[in-house]
Design a protein around this ligand. Structure first.
Ligand code: FMN
Length: 245
């Protein structure tokens, strides 16, 4: 059964953000997908210490639930990242989780996974949430297939016809993207070509120095084959063809 993972940056389990997402999920065929919710308060996630070790050979040294969360996201077929607007940004809880997995931004670790970005707010500040969350997910190699905010003012979150119309459109996109192989998009491609140049230069440097100390990111680029692919799209095509065989 295909799996949807929902990371809701709100601590209000019955709040507006949950209401919006529930409306989307309720539009999907019943019992077709496994749905799991993640709320920040249910996990022990420590703040990033800035040691940079996650970018190198050594993994994060903090002993908490971050790896559990990473695996839940990676093992899903579709990821919903959501947050209420807190002073024109995502909640600190959600940002803390993203900081702890920031090495994914250099490795396209989401590998074309379809992602939906959701926010809710009183009246303003959602653009900075939707834009930054979309950028972060894109840098992580996630294929953002829908973004939406629901406000209290103008009344969207308590307006059933608005909520139904928007949720139906998003649920259709979920149904489509969860059932096809992971895809790239033009925004991922732009970052991919820049990052690939950096990785090739890094590779050249390590090859030319006697003190060879290859890092975790470059290793990932090599082991996946991304370093040798002309585009992320072609890399994904090959990857999912291999998995089918
Ligand atoms: C600390 C805090 C900061 C907030 N900042 C904003 C804001 O900048 N703009 C806005 O329109 N609403 C703001 N809100 C309102 C929430 O974004 C809004 O009520 C949201 O729908 C709550 O979602 P939830 O019920 O899922 O937690 C803020 C709320 C809190 C608690």
């Amino acid at each position: 059964m295909k799996k949807i993972i929902i990371l809701n940056g709100s601590r209000r389990k019955n709040g507006n953000t949950t209401k919006f997402i529930n409306c989307i999920i309720n539009k999907l065929p019943k019992n077709k997908y496994e749905v799991e919710w993640i709320f920040p308060q249910d996990y022990n996630i420590m703040p990033c210490t800035g040691c940079n070790l996650c970018f190198t050979k050594i993994k994060c040294i903090l002993n908490d639930d971050i790896e559990l969360l990473q695996n839940k996201i990676l093992n899903s077929d579709l990821f919903i990242a959501a947050s209420p607007v807190y002073i024109h940004y995502m909640t600190a809880d959600l940002k803390r989780i993203l900081d702890r997995i920031s090495w994914w931004t250099h490795t396209y670790r989401l590998q074309g996974k379809p992602v939906i970005i959701i926010s809710t707010c009183s009246s303003n500040g959602f653009d900075t949430v939707l834009t930054s969350l979309s950028n972060i997910i894109t840098f992580m190699g996630g294929n953002v297939v829908a973004t939406s905010n629901a406000s209290e003012l103008p009344n969207q979150i308590n307006n059933n016809s608005w909520l139904d119309e928007v949720s139906l459109e998003i649920s259709k996109r979920i149904e489509y993207y969860i059932n096809i192989p992971c895809k790239s998009n033009k925004f991922i491609e732009k970052y991919f070509s820049n990052m690939k140049i950096l990785m090739l230069k890094r590779n050249e440097f390590y090859n030319s120095t006697k003190e060879y100390k290859e890092d975790r990111e470059l290793t990932y680029w090599k082991e996946t084959g991304m370093l040798y692919s002309d585009s992320f799209e072609n890399y994904l095509k090959l990857k999912y063809k291999k998995e089918e065989v």
